[in-house]
Design a protein around this ligand. Structure first.
Ligand code: PLP
Length: 395
């Protein structure tokens, strides 16, 4: 068998900590290696493969688009992008869309948009929450408030005001004193440990935004496209954002992201202000239309139900292993479990049981399974979890 691991070491820049799995193909909730060994994928490419691997309807749709065209440039009208934009608007609020290829580019688009709004209103600056992750390009990195990610790099010369969740009561003073253009936040922090903004906090932030004319910008890159049991997670709250940024699951595994701008905020970009060669890819758009068609209300209900089942199963494990597990939290199929045991070791135990899991925020087990996961597969995961916890008990 060819040694892909050595070949990679000699070829690709060392920016990722990989698991020792060379993937041959994926199907449903499983990834397979060259020997045919299958692994239950409990983080689905970090929330990208929302419909699992090789979903038959996505494969069919993709093949149809491949036979038409893959790229036409932004000089021409792309029917798939227009139709996808209409679908996204119908699932959120009246407004307009700008498409990108990734999440961080969606955040960059939002920063530029906020800058333009600020220019007209005579204000500047963005508020970002401690522990938040908004991307790794230099603009987005300025809003990313996880020191291990943002340290060592320069950031753009634009004011960013960090505020911790605990200090949200001081937000009004910040709005009053600094007069920022906007605030950006994740309703459930993906890389920050699956910490959710409460209903009360979200309503409070939204009310202050209205009072001080601050743009409410929600980063739905990880929480969006059905992940939390609503199409966008802000729909769990009683608020309507001004800007929503999406990516990850939107293109069914193909790169697709973007920013949705409420109609009341329309008009700040003019031709030439922003653009990208590849966004939106016609293939990604065609797949995105299918993704949205599949993730309907019935599908979203099933996400909520399966999320509950998964959390209840983990709670039972916590009763059995109180020394190993702490709090379980999250919404829908975005779940975090505090680990009191060595995170890398439990990850290894899972791997031996052919289950792929992700750890974030040092000791939080982050579960983001494909939204199509079956109840049987959830049971399979819980069994592997129990066996891994037993294996971790010192002899
Ligand atoms: C909440 C959030 N924002 C932004 C990003 C950046 O997206 P991308 O990696 O597609 O650039 C991510 C990626 O994990 C994310 O989870």
């Amino acid at each position: 068998m060819e040694n892909w691991i050595d070949r990679e070491e000699n070829t690709l820049l060392n920016t990722y900590n990989r698991m020792p799995l060379v993937v041959s193909y994926g199907k449903g909730c499983y990834l397979y290696d060259d020997s045919g060994k299958k692994y239950l994928d409990m983080f689905s490419g970090l929330a990208v493969n929302a419909l699992g691997h090789c979903h038959p309807e996505l494969v069919r749709e993709g093949k149809k688009q491949l036979e038409k065209y893959l790229h036409i440039s932004n000089f021409f009208y792309c029917k798939q992008a227009i139709a996808l934009g209409e679908d996204l608007i119908s699932r959120s609020f009246p407004g307009k869309v700008f498409f990108t290829n990734s999440g961080t580019e969606g955040v960059e688009a939002a920063i530029k948009y906020l800058y333009k709004i600020g220019e007209q209103k005579g204000r500047q600056g963005i508020v970002s929450l401690s522990g938040s992750f908004h991307g790794r390009t230099l603009g987005a990195l300025g809003l990313t408030k996880i020191p291990s990610v943002s340290r060592d790099f320069p950031v753009i010369d634009y004011p960013v005001h960090e505020i911790s969740r605990e200090a949200l009561k001081e937000l009004e003073t910040l709005f009053e004193n600094e007069r920022p253009v906007g605030i950006i936040l994740e309703p459930v922090s993906g890389s920050g440990g699956i910490e959710g903004v409460s209903r009360e906090e979200m309503t409070g932030i939204s009310d202050l935004c209205k009072k001080y004319d601050v743009v409410l910008c929600i980063d739905e890159i990880q929480t969006g496209i059905g992940r939390t049991g609503k199409f966008f997670s802000y729909q769990h709250y009683d608020v309507v954002p001004d800007i929503v940024i999406f990516a990850k699951g939107a293109g069914g595994g193909n790169p697709l992201g973007g920013m949705l701008v409420h109609k009341d905020m329309d008009g700040y970009f003019l031709p030439g202000d922003h653009g990208t060669t590849f966004g939106p890819g016609p293939l990604s758009s065609a797949l995105g239309i299918k993704v949205l068609e599949i993730i309907d209300e019935k599908f979203l209900k099933s996400v909520e139900k399966k999320g509950r089942l998964l959390q209840e199963g983990i709670e039972k494990l916590k009763e059995k292993f109180p020394e190993s597990l702490g709090e379980t939290r999250g919404k829908g199929l975005m779940i975090g479990v505090d680990l009191k045991i060595h995170p890398a070791k439990i990850k290894e135990c899972f791997f031996e049981k052919q289950v792929l899991v992700n750890i974030t925020a040092i000791n939080v087990l982050r579960l983001l399974p494909p939204l199509i996961i079956s109840e049987q597969e959830i049971k399979e995961f819980l069994k592997a979890f129990e066996h891994s916890l037993i294996k971790m008990i010192p002899e």
